[in-house]
Ligand binder design. Structure first.
Ligand SMILES: [Zn+2]
Ligand SMILES: [Zn+2]
Length: 364
């Protein structure tokens, strides 16, 4: 912990749009205001969405500080800031924490209806343009100012920074998908897509007691990795329906989870879901795809289709607990893609680009 930072200067990698190099700039470290917590960042990982922004495939308001998968130590609490985390554990200066990728108000229409990720006053780390005094709003910096309404989770010592950082994005999103799907103990779960989300989902399905975990990807080269993460069966999309039926006496999967981002996979997920089953669609985050659904099929097979975007604070708690309890059963460490200093952020993004599926860390 570096309490000297309050009142001093700290570095942030300012992103000004696709094609512009990151600008490493020093800004005054802010004193946390009402409800805020100042954190000394120890590690941030580069997420696929950061890469999309860097490559210009996705627009963020600029200039901004990217990065939302963040671990750090508490430096100072503002007045009225939370002194307990989401699990009710006391928070002290020096505690190592991660936090929800968004802060929500808790009072608006959507917050009161269980959709804090759709809060009418939502603030997302790494997704907001910087302003004087509000520069430390993302992960690729030496510190971060947590705004009021952020859900904090204190990290167990056993969980390393590089393992813990993606908890607040990929792992929490997967935990949210299982919350929407309902209990899976003894069930057959089919997972479409074997990227970080799909691998994490296979491991979580296993740890939640799923009897069969069918993982599906266009790339047969993913087969070995996903088996290491708990899948009992791997298939390519063309075989998903027949393989799932073969493994379930012709019924289909109790739960299908779509993390591939392909419209064709969404159609495949619906088809492979058994009568009365649940299909959670979470992979598609850019518009433009379309899927044809026969309403008669929906009616007769009594399917439940659920869309999922981001997650709620309780899912971050589930994610951290999952990694702490079962992370060593699965090779999560193999997803790490090396660590770079903040000054080397350009190289870090290049490295993340050529090694998709690996989480590259920035350690300021
Ligand atoms: Zn992310
Ligand atoms: Zn709200």
């Amino acid at each position: 912990m570096n309490t000297e930072r309050t009142g001093g200067l700290a570095l942030a990698a300012v992103f000004s749009g696709h094609g512009h190099p990151f600008d490493l700039r020093e800004f005054p470290v802010p004193a946390p205001g009402r409800g805020e917590v100042l954190v000394d960042i120890s590690c941030s990982t580069i997420c696929g969405s950061d890469l999309h922004t860097w490559h210009g495939r996705r627009q963020e308001p600029v200039p901004c500080v990217l990065g939302h998968e963040i671990v750090g130590r508490i430096v100072a609490f503002g007045p009225g800031a939370p002194r307990v985390d989401l699990r009710g554990e006391m928070l002290l200066e020096g505690d190592r924490i991660t936090w929800t990728l968004a802060a929500s108000c808790g009072e608006c229409f959507f917050c009161k209806r269980g959709l804090p990720q759709k809060c009418e006053h939502l603030f997302k780390y790494g997704h907001s343009s910087i302003a004087p005094g509000r520069e430390f709003s993302g992960g690729f910096a030496e510190c971060c100012l947590l705004t009021a309404g952020t859900g904090i989770v204190k990290l167990p010592d056993a969980l390393t920074d590089t393992l813990a950082a993606p908890a607040n994005c990929a792992v929490a999103t997967v935990a949210a998908a299982f919350r929407l799907a309902g209990p899976v103990a003894g069930s057959t779960v089919a997972i479409l897509g074997c990227g970080v989300l799909g691998l994490t989902a296979a491991a979580m399905a296993r740890s939640l007691g799923a009897a069969e975990v069918i993982s599906c990807d266009l790339d047969p080269g993913r087969s070995a990795a996903v088996r290491d993460f708990g899948a009992s069966h791997f298939c390519e999309p063309a075989d998903l329906l027949s393989d799932t039926r073969d493994l379930t006496k012709g019924r289909g999967a109790d739960v299908t989870l779509e993390f591939s981002g392909s419209s064709a996979a969404v159609a495949g997920a619906f088809a492979a879901t058994r009568t009365g089953g649940v299909s959670v669609i979470a992979g598609t985050i850019t518009p433009g795809g379309s899927v044809t659904i026969d309403p008669n099929d929906l009616v007769r097979r009594m399917l439940t289709l659920r869309g999922l975007h981001n997650y709620a604070p309780e899912d971050l708690v589930a994610a951290v607990e999952f990694l702490a309890d079962t992370g060593d059963r699965f090779p999560f460490a193999s997803l790490a893609g090396g660590a770079f200093a903040l000054e080397d952020i350009e190289h870090a993004f290049e490295s993340a680009t050529v090694r998709p599926g690996r989480r590259v860390s920035i350690t300021p």
